[in-house]
Design a protein around this ligand. Sequence first.
Ligand SMILES: Cc1cc2nc3c(=O)[nH]c(=O)nc-3n(C[C@H](O)[C@H](O)[C@H](O)COP(=O)(O)O)c2cc1C
Length: 476
Amino acid sequence: MDLEYPKIIQGGMGVAISNWNLAKAVSKLGQLGVVSGVALEVLLVRRLQDGDVGGHMRRALENFPFREMAERAVDRYYIPGGKAVDKPYAAIPMHRQVASKRLHELCILGNFAEVFLAREGHDRPVGINYLEKIQMPHLASAYGAMLAGAAYVIMGAGIPTMIPGVLDGLSNHEPVSYNLNVAGAQQGDDTLARFDPKGFMEGDHPPLDRPMFLPIVASNVLATTMLRRSNGKVDGFVIEGPTAGGHNAPPRGELKTNEGGEPIYGERDVVDLGKIRKLGLPFWVAGGAASAEKLREVLEAGGNGIQVGTAFALCNDSGMSDKYRTGLLQEAVAGTARVITDRLASPTGFPFKVAQLEGSLSEEDVYLSRTRVCDLGYLREAYRKDDGSLGYRCASEPAETYLPKGGNESDTVGRKCICNSLVANAGYPQIQKGGAVEKPLLTSGDDLAEIARFIPDGQTSYTARDVINKLLGSEA
Ligand SMILES: Cc1cc2nc3c(=O)[nH]c(=O)nc-3n(C[C@H](O)[C@H](O)[C@H](O)COP(=O)(O)O)c2cc1C
């Protein structure tokens, strides 16, 4: 394949911030558009229940190769005209080591639809982003994305050494497995998630292109580990620093915090790009890298370009709900935008960047007024039960269900339901028992404070094209 690497990767931003619409816009402008691969099965069924505005989901599914599977999903979830606004969305099962066939099907279909739509109407490559920590959906999700022709799989928040081999296997429709992190696991325990494409194919299908695999790393050690320990080919790296939006790697060494409780990053957290270059693979730098100067600097250091998140998250093409996007933009323009690196919010234990916004879970009273419920479960941790079977727990679930599962009370403090709030950010909030509507919790990089630089004179917002023009210093 004749490789032409992008200078700009539009970072994967979950949930549905980098939706198919944003990724398509960026890819059509000649850079790499990336869809978020997180919770696409939830988005598929919620979009169908909202009446499939624009007909996009059904159009994508009409192009899905295995017809019966696609029809089952439409028959079950599509509501012509949309569900009543005060009715909750129908739930789907939560992921477990052994997922139901229906859940696997929805994963395949949701990932297929997002990549299909991002690729529709042009021939530029499109990538998909996953978080390693969210392990249980990986296999079916990657298969769906590959059926739609995803050209890149980009993965952060963990050490995804097993993904390259998975992509190799899936490209030949072979059975694949993924070793889950299980707290308290003992030698001999079965901790594998398994997926066999043959159980889902309806007839033969030609081999699939194997996407390029770019792990997101925050240190030289991790980049080297990925090369030494991966079970297949790593095709390059995204090197992400601690000012990036979303989850951040914790600081290296002993934890030091500022007076606001935010982790302090130091010299040890700076990646040596010279050493990365010596690894001989392409790389892109992420985290406060959205400027023509930074792009030039990275190119001079031997890199291929930059990965940009926040600037795209706040543009008109993004999947962030308009009211939250304009709210954050107004704060930025007014010079009052604030982003906090919250060590507690995410049940993953990773620091998570939280943009402060009125009415969102960034406000203590809004957070405290929410009744804890765990009904999406993406960040649940698998643990070994006494009988050797696996249980699942999340530090953001109600303490009364978390503690009997062996969870520590101290781990529940300050934890937020990132699953429900991130789905709410994109405009698909669940309505819980008693009618409470799930509230948003916005994430953004530190770059939010300076984001108004992308707004053209005389306007109040900007597009993906404005971002790319500014970064390339040219007309895209
Ligand atoms: C709203 C938002 C959501 C994000 N979600 C993810 C995610 O799901 N997975 C991921 O690997 N990175 C995620 N990121 C990080 C971006 O992909 C990107 O690497 C980062 O934003 C780059 O730094 P910048 O924000 O300074 O441009 C997210 C960033 C933002 C702003």
